[in-house]
Design a protein around this ligand. Sequence first.
Ligand SMILES: Cc1cc2nc3c(=O)[nH]c(=O)nc-3n(C[C@H](O)[C@H](O)[C@H](O)COP(=O)(O)OP(=O)(O)OC[C@H]3O[C@@H](n4cnc5c(N)ncnc54)[C@H](O)[C@@H]3O)c2cc1C
Length: 393
Amino acid sequence: MSGLFSAAFLRQIGWDADVYERSTVELVGRGAGITTHPELLEALTASGAGTENLGIEVSRRIALDRQGRIKDERYLPQVLTSWDRLQRLLRNTIDEARYHLGWAFERVEQNGNGVRVHFNGGRVVDADLLVGGDGIRSAVRAQVAPELQPIYAGYYIWRGAPSEAELSEKVRKEIFPYFTFYLPPQQEVITYPIAGFNDDLTPGKRRFNFIWYRVADAARLREMNVDEYGHQHEFTVPPPLIRKDLIAEMHKDAREIMPEVMLDAVMAIKQPFVTPIYDFTAPQIVFGRVAMVGDAAANARPHMGFGVSKAGGDAQALAKALRGHDDIDTALKAYNAERQPIGNTIVMHSRKLGTHMGVNLRTEEDRRMHELLQDDGAMMDWIAVPNFLDAYR
Ligand SMILES: Cc1cc2nc3c(=O)[nH]c(=O)nc-3n(C[C@H](O)[C@H](O)[C@H](O)COP(=O)(O)OP(=O)(O)OC[C@H]3O[C@@H](n4cnc5c(N)ncnc54)[C@H](O)[C@@H]3O)c2cc1C
């Protein structure tokens, strides 16, 4: 997302911009849901990607009790989209000849006036600027700031996106149309509707974004990262290789913990997958002629659902700075001064929301925040709400 946003905004100010993507095939997002924010809508419009058929507007948030009854609710209209829809909109902004699949960044050399970028297969590209938009495990960042490592938050998510047609009548009626919360101690279950395959928004053909936060210490996570064939993975196991015993255990826990309607939704997920939660901040996001954007620059826990909004904002600010200064290095300083603190703020804010999970509560403020967030209404008022950055301005 950040790579495509960067190319779109840089082209608007007259730069030649190419996107080099490691994947050899077009990317698909495993049905991941994305909450939108005004900043994202603004960036999509300004980049030329637009917001056509962006997603599903949900007007209510509801919180359920153990019996599946609504215990609290909020009126909060918000458009919920999917990774696939956003990727398609942004992908359409770029000329085919400028989008290069199967190019994996390997290393960058700098000479003060530009960069020489080395990709797999011995391919080399010279440029004025390298924009590092290669995600939380960024290979670009690993070279320019190897000391910056994502930190495990102490919890992970079970995720899935069953299709609407496969949901029970109860799920379709009682929770599908809403941004729904179920919040037992040290857990968060969050669901909302998203577009179906090929961005289909037709009722009956949509999907249901399901997220279940659970606590696991680093040792337990390591054990979960052993796949069906006994192979140890470093960060996460690809969905088809997740061990059957882990899925069976997850189903057993769901039977014990969830209201019937949520359990129905869990059982409709054909291929549940695990995402461990990490974050990190960076004291700087510009390193000579290398500018970091999106998750590669700073990565927040997903409680605000703001990652793509930040990616768009970073790319927009980078282009604005380059347009506003004749000298590239001065422009990059301005970009760093504007966006590094924002990345920091988003990470810190998400850590506050993460205190709900009750792990690693280090300070009195953490403990107070944890207490506050035990109230379902407070969670609905805070999680992924629009305009949260205003409080920091
Ligand atoms: C559980 C969860 C829920 C989320 N929910 C939301 C939400 O509701 N709203 C929201 O806005 N955000 C959400 N996010 C965050 C969002 O997905 C990310 O912030 C966003 O995808 C970041 O985009 P990016 O382009 O910076 O990085 P990425 O999406 O990670 O893209 C990086 C790209 O770089 C490529 N790449 C990697 N290494 C190399 C290399 N060496 N050479 C070339 N290419 C390479 C990768 O293949 C990939 O295409 C969520 C994240 C998680 C984990």
